[in-house]
Design a protein around this ligand. Structure first.
Ligand code: CNA
Length: 286
C-alpha cells in the first residue's frame, strides 16, 4: 500500500543495520554516550526511573527540590543530604555490567573513538577502559577537593568519612568542606569534556545507551554528529527530543532504536556481530 511504501521509504536503520556496520568494518570510529541506565543492572539507582530512581526517594532528606542534592550552593550550606546519598553511589561494591564490557570490547577491537559518560561510578574504568578513552563528563568519585583552598583530599579519608557518616573537612586549611569532584548543578564541566568535543564530528557511528538525555550540555552532544552518520539509542524509553526514529523530520531517518534493557540490547548487538562468546568471556573473567 501507499502507506506501507511511505513507511518503508522513511524507515530508518535498525540494530541489525548497526551490527552490519560494525561487522563489515565500516564503523571504525565509534562514539559511545552513556548514562545511569547502564549501571542500574549493577545495583546503582539512576535519577529518573519511576519508583527506583534517586529523585523518587529523596523525601527523607527534606530537600527544597530534588536536584538540590546535587546543587553546589545548596551543598555549601547543607552537605549532609549529599553525603548520606554518597554511600549509595560510592563505587566500592559494584561490578560492571555486560554493557560496560561491550564498550571495553570495542576498544580492544580498536574501533572505539571515545566513551562520553555521565556516570560517576567509574565502572567503565573498572571494566578495563583506559583513561584516554573515557570522558567522565560529570566527573567521578575518584578525586575530591576542598571547596575553600582547592587542596586535593586523600581519597581513603573521604571514603572513610562517607561510610563513617561524617562530613569530611579539609586537612590542609582545616576549614573548607571537601567535595568529591563530581560535577554539581552550577559547576563547570571538566576540561576533558571540551577537549574531546570534536570527536563527535569525526565519528562514523554513535551509540547512546541508558540515559534520558535531560542534562545539558551533555544531551546536545548527539546533535554534533552530522547526518547521515547513524545514531543508535538503546534505552527503556525513546527520546523524541533528539532522535527521529520514524523519519518525520528528515526524508530518511538515520536513527535506530532498541527499546529495552541495556544489557539485552547489547547482547543482541553482540550476537548479530558475532561477538557473543568473546563478550560473555570478557564479562565473566572481568
Ligand atoms: P536518568 O535521567 O536517571 O536516566 C536514566 C535512563 O536510563 C532512563 O531513560 C531510564 O529509562 C533508562 N534506564 C534505566 N535503567 C535501564 C536499563 N537497565 N536498561 C535500559 N535503560 C535503562 O540518568 P542520566 O544518566 O540520563 O542522567 C544524567 C545524570 C545521572 C548524570 O549527571 C549522572 O551523574 C547521574 N547519575 C549517575 C549514576 C551513576 O554514576 N551510576 C547514578 C545515578 C545518577
Amino acid at each position: 500500500s501507499a502507506e506501507q511504501l511511505f513507511k518503508d521509504k522513511n524507515a530508518g536503520p535498525t540494530i541489525e543495520t548497526v551490527a552490519e556496520l560494525i561487522k563489515s568494518g565500516k564503523a571504525k570510529k565509534i562514539m559511545i554516550m552513556c548514562g545511569a541506565g547502564i549501571s542500574t543492572a549493577a545495583g546503582i539507582p539512576d535519577f529518573r526511573s519511576p519508583g527506583t530512581g534517586i529523585y523518587n526517594n529523596l523525601r527523607k532528606y527534606n530537600l527544597p527540590y530534588p536536584e538540590a542534592i546535587f546543587d553546589i550552593d545548596y551543598f555549601k550550606e547543607n552537605p549532609e543530604p549529599f553525603y548520606a546519598l554518597a554511600k549509595e553511589l560510592y563505587p566500592t561494591k559494584f561490578k560492571p555490567t555486560l554493557t560496560h564490557y561491550f564498550i571495553t570490547l570495542l576498544h580492544r577491537k580498536n574501533i572505539l573513538l571515545r566513551c562520553f559518560t555521565q556516570n560517576i561510578d567509574t565502572l567503565e574504568r573498572i571494566a578495563g577502559l583506559p583513561d584516554d578513552k573515557i570522558v567522565e563528563a560529570h566527573g567521578s568519585f575518584a578525586r575530591s577537593e576542598c571547596l575553600h583552598c582547592y587542596a586535593e583530599a586523600d581519597p581513603d579519608r573521604v571514603r572513610e568519612a562517607v561510610f563513617g557518616e561524617e562530613i569530611p573537612k579539609c586537612s590542609s586549611c582545616k576549614v573548607g568542606l571537601v567535595k568529591p569532584c563530581i560535577t554539581f548543578f552550577g559547576e563547570c564541566l571538566p576540561v576533558k569534556f571540551f577537549e574531546y568535543l570534536d570527536d563527535f564530528l569525526y565519528c562514523d557511528l554513535l551509540i547512546v545507551i541508558g540515559t534520558s538525555l535531560q542534562v545539558q550540555p551533555f544531551a546536545s552532544l548527539v546533535d554534533r554528529v552530522e547526518s547521515p552518520t547513524i545514531r543508535l539509542l538503546i534505552n527503556r524509553e525513546p527520546i523524541y527530543e533528539y532522535f527521529d526514529f520514524e523519519g518525520i523530520y528528515s526524508e530518511i531517518s538515520r536513527d535506530a532504536f532498541y527499546k529495552g534493557d541495556c544489557d539485552d540490547g547489547i547482547r543482541k548487538l553482540a550476537e548479530l556481530i558475532g561477538w557473543q562468546d568473546e563478550l560473555e568471556e570478557l564479562y565473566t573473567i572481568g
